[in-house]
Design a protein around this ligand. Structure first.
Ligand SMILES: Nc1ncnc2c1ncn2[C@@H]1O[C@H](COP(=O)(O)OP(=O)(O)OP(=O)(O)O)[C@@H](O)[C@H]1O
Length: 251
């Protein structure tokens, strides 16, 4: 891709991260991180423990302020907007450890996303939640208390709560961990359906066999910098990535 093509691509991106930097005191955690994600694209964000992946998701979601750089949603600079304003502009995220309200039903948990996240009311909220439960295969357990769900369905509920916010950009933080192979395959199918609906997805994931079934592009962070970016096969074959991510023994 030529520089002018790259620029044109960035202008249509649902999410653009430009030169983002962040430090915790004297510890530089992110340094000049830039990439974009187009509508309907799934970008996988990989890298060793401590590379800065979750910190970057926090910055994009508005849970943390960056020290430098910009975050744009569909071309709009949201760097200084609070997290709830970003939700209303179409940004949603899932958390690594799903913590649903156990006493509420599956439907009521997803309703929290539609009402608190997207600001929907009445019929619009109901329709959105129903759609999110259909997409995540949870409709059959809509009236069950969230505390009764198995792990796969807790993860699906985390996804449904985020989808009920009508996101144009969805941030997924390690949703595939701890699942059996058939459960992982089911979750991959769900994420694919979300992507096929046109949502731009940034998926932080250590379970590469799940990620590479959906992501068409990977960004590898190492020590807060972009070490490699490109097609999954190319990035995972990159010697620098293999050394940083998997350890030198695999070289
Ligand atoms: N609140 C904090 N205060 C100080 N340092 C922090 C804080 N949160 C994270 N860090 C440090 O920032 C760096 C990046 O952490 P982060 O959790 O973003 O990495 P990660 O790539 O998501 O790792 P993992 O794959 O283990 O989840 C690490 O060195 C971590 O110790």
């Amino acid at each position: 891709m030529s520089p002018s093509e790259r620029l044109a691509a960035r202008e249509t991106d649902a999410l653009s991260i430009r030169s983002v930097g962040m430090s915790f005191g004297s510890l530089s955690v992110l340094d000049g991180v830039s990439f974009g994600v187009a509508p309907g694209e799934t970008l996988g964000l990989v890298g060793p423990n401590g590379a800065g992946k979750t910190t970057l998701l926090d910055i994009v979601a508005g849970a943390r302020r960056c020290d430098g750089g910009q975050v744009l949603l569909s071309g709009r600079d949201v760097t200084r907007l609070a997290a709830d304003r970003r939700c209303r502009l179409g940004l949603a995220r899932t958390f690594q450890v799903p913590r649903p309200f156990g006493d509420l039903t599956v439907f009521e948990n997803a309703l929290v996303g539609a009402v608190r996240g997207a600001g929907l009311r009445g019929r619009a909220a109901y329709d959105d939640v129903r759609g999110a439960l259909v997409l995540t295969d949870l409709l059959a357990v809509a009236n069950a208390p969230a505390s009764s769900l198995r792990l796969l369905d807790r993860k699906r509920l985390e996804l449904a709560r985020a989808l009920a916010m009508r996101p144009r950009v969805l941030l997924l933080d390690e949703i595939a961990g701890g699942l059996t192979d058939p459960e992982t395959a089911a979750l991959v199918g769900t994420v694919r359906r979300v992507r096929d609906g046109g949502t731009a997805i940034v998926w932080v994931e250590h379970v590469l066999r799940a990620l590479t079934q959906v992501a068409t592009r990977l960004v590898c962070l190492s020590a807060g910098r972009v070490l490699a970016e490109g097609a999954p096969g190319e990035v995972l074959a990159d010697l620098g990535v293999r050394a940083a991510y998997f350890g030198r023994s695999v070289l």
